[in-house]
Ligand binder design. Structure first.
Ligand SMILES: [Zn+2]
Length: 386
């Protein structure tokens, strides 16, 4: 701390990361994870036998059929936002829908739908998660001094991490995990928090986090990429998904994700803790690289977060091959120091020299970096023609 001549105090900025990556849906999509809009049609189509035959699958699809209409010929389906919005309405108002759907059943159906989403993502994702593996390899080759804020609640990024790094480094979720705190519990290499750990902040929660509303702690469930819709305590009377109970107070756990919904509950204590951590990381880093994220209208909280955290002169790079014309304006609204690279995540990772440049922090100005030129010119060209 330094005392200035006028008596005010200024605190020394903590030395931050070289790069903070921000991953949107476009990053996981490269690994074959179904896009948000494809998940519900997959659940309702009956194409996946486990969904058709399991109690969770039947209960959720019956609820959707009772309350929404669609046409698979057109095709027109309700969005996940609409279904979660409807469920969240009854949950937040503590209201029943009907004798058949009292509030407790609505909650169980929401949990069941989250489980089906987890299942669909796990069966439809490329097993090897090639893109994320290539990403981790590049990180450890060129510069591991990074942190990640991901808005995806799937676990493909972490799965690829353990595939590439095994026990050599660990994940730091920037939150307290109750099952790695009990005395005598062996901490897996993977999650131990130490200096060499890789910080992954999951701003919309994670499919492998269970939250207890009583002791307000998070339990990390084992990373099973194969989701079993038929697990043994699945046949509960509410027709929801398998229940997990808190080892401290025996309360029922709830999966901690912020589902796509018109009512986004970002006031969740764990989520706000993660977002505060993300703000600190962004404020102190040298470069922010956005991958496959376009600032949808529903994510106004992220716009607020970046508007508050980005500091003047901080370099912002956007890797996105979206054809959306509003994309660049969404970023220009945040900062004028933004560079667009019109490539998909997989294409970007295929350009060794470009990846190296992005991960290298130096004092040279952006336009001087020779390796950027072909991409940069292409983007300028593209912007001119729009
Ligand atoms: Zn508890």
């Amino acid at each position: 701390m330094k005392i200035n001549s006028n008596g005010s105090k200024s605190y020394k900025q903590i030395k931050g990361r070289d790069v903070v990556f921000v991953f949107g849906a476009g990053a996981s999509y490269a690994d074959g994870a179904p896009l948000q809009k494809d998940i519900l049609p997959l659940i309702m189509s009956g194409e996946l036998l486990d969904i058709r035959n399991s109690k969770t699958g039947q209960s959720v699809t019956e609820f959707i059929a009772d309350n929404f209409a669609w046409d698979n010929q057109v095709p027109i389906y309700p969005t996940l936002e609409t279904v979660f919005g409807f469920l969240d309405y009854f949950i937040s108002q503590d209201e029943h829908l009907s004798a058949q759907y009292p509030n407790a059943r609505i909650r169980a159906i929401k949990e069941g739908l989250i489980k089906l989403i987890h299942y669909v993502i796990s069966v439809k994702s490329n097993e090897q998660s090639r893109t994320y593996c290539a990403f981790w390899e590049a990180i450890y080759r060129y510069n591991p001094n990074i942190a990640i804020l991901t808005l995806n609640y799937d676990t493909l990024l972490e799965d690829a991490f353990s595939m590439v790094h095994g026990g050599r480094s660990n994940i730091d979720y920037a939150l307290h995990l109750m099952n790695y705190d009990f005395a005598g519990t062996k901490q897996p290499e993977y999650y131990r928090n130490n200096q060499a750990s890789m910080k992954i902040m999951k701003g919309h929660g994670s499919l492998n986090w269970k939250y207890c509303h009583c002791c307000k702690q998070v339990l990390l469930t084992p990373r099973d990429t194969k989701i079993d819709l038929f697990d043994k305590d699945n046949g509960n009377d509410k027709g929801g998904s398998a229940k997990h109970y808190c080892p401290v107070d025996a309360s029922e756990f709830e999966t901690l994700i912020i589902p796509p919904s018109h009512i986004k509950k970002i006031s969740h204590p764990v989520i706000s803790q993660i977002l505060s951590e993300a703000m600190r990381e962004i404020r102190s880093c040298k470069k922010v690289v956005f991958v496959g994220y376009s600032f949808p209208d529903a994510d106004v909280h992220f716009k607020a977060l970046f508007k508050k955290s980005l500091i003047h002169g901080q370099e912002v790079i956007v890797i996105n091959n979206s054809k959306s014309k509003t994309l660049k304006y969404n970023y220009l609204a945040l900062t004028d120091n933004v560079q667009f690279i019109k490539l998909s995540f997989a294409e970007f990772l295929g350009h060794e020299s470009l990846v190296k440049e992005i991960l290298t922090v130096n004092d040279g100005s952006f336009s001087d970096r020779i390796n950027y030129r072909p991409f940069y010119d292409k983007v300028i060209d593209m912007l001119r023609h729009n």
